[in-house]
Design a protein around this ligand. Structure first.
Ligand code: MEV
Length: 416
């Protein structure tokens, strides 16, 4: 990659598009929009497109490969923080073993829960074979049903059959729900009970991604003592998050800032990802941070890791019809779903690092408000050529209210 991307944020929009084109990240420079005719077929009662800004996070190296990461988000500082963080953390190593979806059939009204449990346990292989009848195309692509397990809810009248399915590059919600409805009658017969729910689970315990960084002290600050202090404070901030749900929710929200933005840009179901992430954060019965940060004083590095479910897709559903989703995937060099999962987890880790670093040093508002100033200038009525002078003046005064912006505008315009 040429160094055209240096100070990308200082380029005009047209220059940025040209750089992407010249570096083979995109083919053409035509504006891409979601066609009304397509959108009208995506949802009920469609009237218009809701738009969000889509920007690119720079400096990502994931498993030794460079990435430019598309992010759709309205929060001003998220992309800047991701780009800065990525520059500091260096290579991000990722790991994903499998990306299976999970579905469940919940049975109740059980005359004999133990009999039902034993019946299902003895017929697991048969049920698995039956489930394959309705996902032949997924099996041809190398995926399909993998495993069945049963859980008794002790002292409650519930017995659940779970099935995991390798949905390949698709999200596979429809396949999973179809499989569940297909095998449900059979499961009911074996258990001599009725199912009340046949549905995908968003607790994606079999789609776990790990991403990990080792940050040398000199990347945190030129002054060694200051770098050690930052590293220790980042470790402490994470330790605290694990003690206090008020902080932990915010800690994880910062992670999701990055994750949701890439999910949205690539046409993925960010609600599923959110639900999955927060349930995984509570998997041990207590809501915990999705990242760990530990300072290794001997090696003088700050080690960070994220472990998170990532139920994403690169084909099917919205992804196959949304032109911007397809465009975003092409900017990422058309990864398969596992690769995309790794990229998104890496972004979450970096986003968390940037937030924590800002919090334990300058505080979050310094970077945030200087970027938010553009929105304030627009709210105050600044036209495009007036935005920058207003932003510069707000930064100089360190005041970021709309009233201040209006006063500055009056002065610039020479109004009384
Ligand atoms: C803001 O959107 C996200 C942060 O609050 C995250 C955090 O506090 O870790 C900055």
């Amino acid at each position: 990659m040429k160094n055209d991307f240096y100070k990308f944020y200082n380029k005009t929009i047209d220059e940025r598009i040209d750089i992407l084109k010249n570096n083979n990240f995109i083919n053409d420079t035509n504006e891409i929009n979601l066609d009304k005719k397509i959108a009208n077929n995506m949802i009920e009662n469609y009237v218009l497109n809701y738009q969000l800004p889509l920007g690119l996070a720079m400096n990502f190296i994931i498993d030794d490969e460079r990435y430019i990461v598309p992010m759709a988000i309205e929060e001003p500082s998220v992309i800047a923080a991701a780009s800065n963080g990525a520059k500091i953390v260096g290579n991000i190593k990722t790991k994903i073993e499998r990306k299976y979806g999970i579905g469940q059939i919940v049975l109740t009204n059980l005359p004999d829960i133990n009999n039902a449990f034993n019946g299902l346990m003895n017929n697991k292989d048969l049920i698995l074979e039956k489930s394959k009848e309705v996902c032949q195309s997924m099996i041809k692509r190398g995926g399909g049903p993998k495993e069945i397990w049963i859980k008794k809810f002790e002292n409650e009248d519930f017995l659940t059959l779970y099935i995991s399915i390798d949905t390949c590059d698709a999200m596979g919600a429809n396949t999973i729900n179809t499989v569940l409805e297909h095998i449900s009658k059979y499961v009911e017969e074996i258990a001599n009970a009725k199912s009340i729910l046949n549905i995908i689970s968003n607790y994606n315990s079999k789609s776990i991604v790990k991403a990990q960084v080792n940050i040398p002290l000199d990347k945190l600050s030129n002054k060694k003592s200051e770098a050690i202090e930052i590293a220790k404070k980042i470790e402490l901030a994470t330790k605290y998050a694990n003690l206090d749900i008020y902080r932990c929710a915010t800690h994880n929200k910062g992670i999701m800032n990055g994750i949701d933005a890439v999910a949205l840009a690539t046409g993925n179901d960010w609600r599923a990802i959110e639900s999955s992430a927060h349930s995984y954060a509570s998997k041990d019965g207590k809501y915990q941070a999705l990242t760990t940060w530990l300072y290794d004083g001997e090696k003088e590095v700050l080690n960070g890791e994220i472990e998170i479910p990532m139920p994403v897709a690169t084909v099917g559903g919205t992804i196959s019809v949304h032109p911007i989703g397809k465009w975003a995937l092409s900017v990422l060099k058309n990864p398969d779903a596992k690769r995309l999962a790794c990229i998104i987890a890496a972004v979450g880790l970096v986003q968390n690092f940037s937030a924590l670093k800002a919090l334990v040093t300058d505080g979050i508002q310094k970077g945030h408000m200087s970027l938010h100033a553009k929105t304030i200038a627009i709210q105050a009525g600044a036209k495009s050529d007036e935005i920058n002078p207003v932003v510069m003046e707000l930064a100089k005064l360190k005041k970021y209210s709309i009233t201040d912006a209006k006063e500055i505008l009056h002065k610039i315009r020479g109004e009384k």
